[in-house]
Design a protein around this ligand. Structure first.
Ligand code: THG
Length: 366
């Protein structure tokens, strides 16, 4: 689609970093959890190289934290996800699909055990708070549920550890993947986790004081000048190359975790009380679609999102991008498994594309 102006109002919420994001020359926004999410500053491709080679600071305030506090908090979270959360330690993050009673994906958040009866759901783009409150009411759980006053800031890229260490100190390198430490910024303890929506490495700082947003942003830029720090955001090219899924794009509530290749994040055999597990156990191996990669040698134009072959719709294109590194056109598509079983390629726009497993294996592809 042609570029259009996004009309910004109270509904498309700003963040405590918005003034700095504007000053850094943001060129594109999307709306995520009813909040502005910067998408690019220079161009998708220039931002991609800066992320892969140096370090970027991302305003990911839109990763809203739905905080569930109270004696039944773990019970409610476990009801919502088919991933076994019983062995999580305090300060740990768990990537986990949330699924409804049919096994449909409601969201794919990072779950954070902040304290034994205080769980944070770091949500992707859907209204989890409504669903959680409905369940809590219906089941009579003793919990309080709110959108917390937390504005995550991601620092991503190969030089992220150096930069975050300069600002938060020597404890930073000892933080393991998807683990966190409470580290002080201007005397306030904040959670710093080794996580983020890229595969370039980095951290997420869970800012808990809006008045510190601009000082933190400014300090990261001042101390990161020699590291070529730039403002950025989740990058379309990098996240597709890395096989990171985007809720609402690659999947939604009509898909289940098997179709999305999220099998590793569900525990079918666990003895847990999760509302989707009966449906998922019945579905295992019988799902009709699979999210696959398509690889073309040149850019292709899909006519809409449906891919037709043998006079029927065989796939639904979910995300697509040109990879400047590999010089391939990459797409993620939800494909019929009966077509997948018999085909290793398909033709779109007169060009032949290979059908591959996700995540893309570029050693095999190139
Ligand atoms: N960080 C935080 N919250 C988030 C996101 C994030 N909420 C929204 C969105 N991103 C949720 N989606 C994802 C998708 C993938 C990953 C994290 C969040 C991810 N996956 C790794 C992988 O697939 O290899 C690791 C998974 C694991 O081993 O647990 O990192 O980015 N706070």
């Amino acid at each position: 689609m042609n570029d259009k102006i996004l009309s910004i109002s109270r509904r498309t919420r700003e963040t405590p970093y918005s003034r700095r994001v504007e000053a850094a020359g943001v060129k594109g926004y999307t709306v995520y959890n009813h909040m502005l999410l910067p998408t690019f500053f220079d161009s998708n491709e220039a931002d991609y190289w800066s992320l892969c080679e140096d370090v970027q600071v991302w305003d990911v305030s839109c990763e809203r934290q739905i905080e569930v506090v109270g004696p039944d908090s773990e019970r409610l979270i476990q009801l919502m996800t088919p991933r076994d959360i019983s062995k999580a330690s305090i300060g740990q993050g768990l990537y986990a699909p949330l699924c409804d009673e049919n096994g449909g994906i409601v969201n794919d958040p990072v779950l954070i055990k902040f304290a034994s009866d205080d769980w944070w759901i770091s949500i992707a783009d859907s209204d989890v708070r409504l669903w959680a409150r409905g369940l809590a009411q219906g089941f009579g759980f003793d919990v309080q549920i709110r959108e917390a006053a937390i504005w995550p800031l991601a620092v991503q890229g190969p030089k992220a550890e150096e930069l975050v260490t300069r600002v938060f100190g020597d404890e930073v390198p000892g933080i393991r993947f998807f683990r966190s430490k409470m580290l002080e910024y201007k005397g306030k303890p904040m959670m710093v986790m080794r996580s983020g929506y890229s595969k370039q490495g980095g951290f997420e700082i869970y800012l808990n004081d809006a008045d510190l947003a601009e000082p933190l942003w400014d300090e990261l830029f001042a101390r990161g000048q020699d590291l070529k720090v730039r403002a950025g955001g989740p990058n379309l090219i990098e996240r597709i190359e890395s096989g990171l899924l985007s809720y609402g794009n690659d999947m939604n509530y009509s898909h289940n975790p098997f179709e999305c290749g999220l099998d590793a994040f569900i525990d079918l055999d666990a003895d847990i009380d999760s509302m989707s597990l009966p449906a998922l156990r019945a579905l295992a191996g019988k799902h009709l679609h699979q999210l696959v990669g398509l690889v073309f040698e040149q850019p292709v134009e899909f006519a809409g999102y449906a891919v037709i072959a043998d006079n029927r719709v065989v796939a639904d294109v979910r995300s697509q991008v040109w990879s400047p590194r590999y010089r391939k056109y990459l797409a993620m598509a939800m494909m019929r498994r009966d077509f997948l079983a018999e085909n290793q390629s398909l033709t779109v726009d007169g060009k032949i594309g290979r059908i591959v497993d996700l995540p893309f294996d570029f050693d095999a592809i190139c």
